[in-house]
Design a binder for this molecule. Structure first.
Ligand code: DP6
Length: 325
């Protein structure tokens, strides 16, 4: 049996849309940070069971959820040339209603635990590619710290790597939870219709510029430059979402209140910046020094139910490895 742990991540430069939905090859590169303190812990053991089984947070999962996991297990079985089925048990230490996508940490932990349990010793790029096949953003939860996922030219070079480790810059992500309910349209369906927005071509064409600016801001620890490019990137992604067919509106009134407040606080000199994924909750980044103040201010805004705080997290890692083969 192998047990692995991986953090979720939040993208500062995001991707929305794939050029190949089956292989999960994105239309542009992206940059993210892993979220320390939040994690998925997954154990995998191969044996003589009749089929794969999956338990998430104590409940047995079948249907599409299990099929998505078996897809990764099939790739592992193919690489290891074996055909045993697997028992997969997974737990998130963050509430599933917290509005934080668990697919990135889940598929990163699965890729590592399953490949290890099958006796494979994959490199970080190989693990990142494998995790990507389960959920695109999972490719970014394999390496640690500040991570870039290069879109690549083909399947083999679309993987993520660290551009700076977790200790490089002590940023905090204060996640303003405005709604804990599950999103109406998931990322997989969203990616498939991104191309229907007339704005998508422009957003994709401009991605190399945004990636360069973000990479530089991270490496130089230039918060203001990071703030400007990450908010712009998030806004353009939501513009694409809102103008696709069907239109996807993820922001709620409280999301807009948080974003407007963050912009106003920054104009007054406070280093804070927002980014929003495919849901209504707002991730507010800030340096460690202003975390308490940012958290307190966010908590007081109308519509904010709760504020979760995470630092910059390390790579996916094995926490236990007892070979069953
Ligand atoms: C808005 O990687 O979650 O968070 O491959 O279908 O699981 P699937 O999609 P996913 O999409 C992430 C979209 C995003 C932006 C980002 O994280 O880059």
């Amino acid at each position: 049996m192998s047990v692995a742990l991986a953090h979720p991540n939040i993208a500062l430069i995001k991707y929305w849309g794939n050029r190949d939905n089956d292989l999960r090859l994105p239309v542009n590169g992206s940059i993210s940070i892993n979220l320390d303190g939040l994690f998925t812990r997954t154990s995998v053991s191969f044996g003589n069971a009749k089929s794969d089984s999956l338990t998430i947070n104590g409940s047995e999962v079948g249907g599409k959820g299990l099929a998505r996991v078996s897809h990764i297990l099939n790739l592992v079985r193919e690489m290891a040339q074996m055909n045993e089925h697997a028992i997969v048990t997974s737990e998130n230490n963050f509430p599933s209603g917290a509005g934080i996508a668990s697919s990135a940490s889940a598929f990163a932990a699965l890729a590592l635990a399953a490949s290890n349990a099958a006796g494979l010793s994959l490199t970080q790029p190989e693990l990142s590619r494998l995790a990507r096949r389960g959920s695109g953003s999972a490719s970014r939860s394999i390496p640690g710290g500040f991570v870039e996922w290069q879109m690549g030219k083909d399947e083999t070079d679309s993987f993520a790597f660290s551009i700076a480790d977790a200790t490089h810059w002590d940023l905090r992500d204060c996640i303003a939870i405005v709604s804990a309910s599950h999103k109406k349209t998931g990322s997989t369906e969203g990616h498939a219709i991104a191309g229907t927005s007339p704005l998508q071509l422009a957003r994709v064409a401009d991605a190399p510029r945004r990636l360069t600016l973000c990479r530089r801001a991270v490496l130089e620890k230039d918060f203001n430059a990071l703030a400007n490019i990450m908010e712009h990137d998030s806004d353009t992604m939501h513009a694409v979402m809102m103008t696709s067919s069907p239109a996807l509106h993820y922001w709620q009134a409280a999301s807009v209140t948080v974003m407007e407040s963050v912009r106003a606080w920054r104009a007054q000199g406070m280093p804070v910046a927002y980014t929003v994924d495919a849901g209504p909750n707002v991730h507010v980044l800030c340096p460690f020094a202003v975390q308490k103040e940012a958290q307190a201010r966010l908590q007081n805004l109308p519509g904010v139910e709760n504020v979760l705080v995470a630092g910059v997290g390390g790579p996916a890692r094995l926490v236990e490895s007892i070979s069953s083969r």
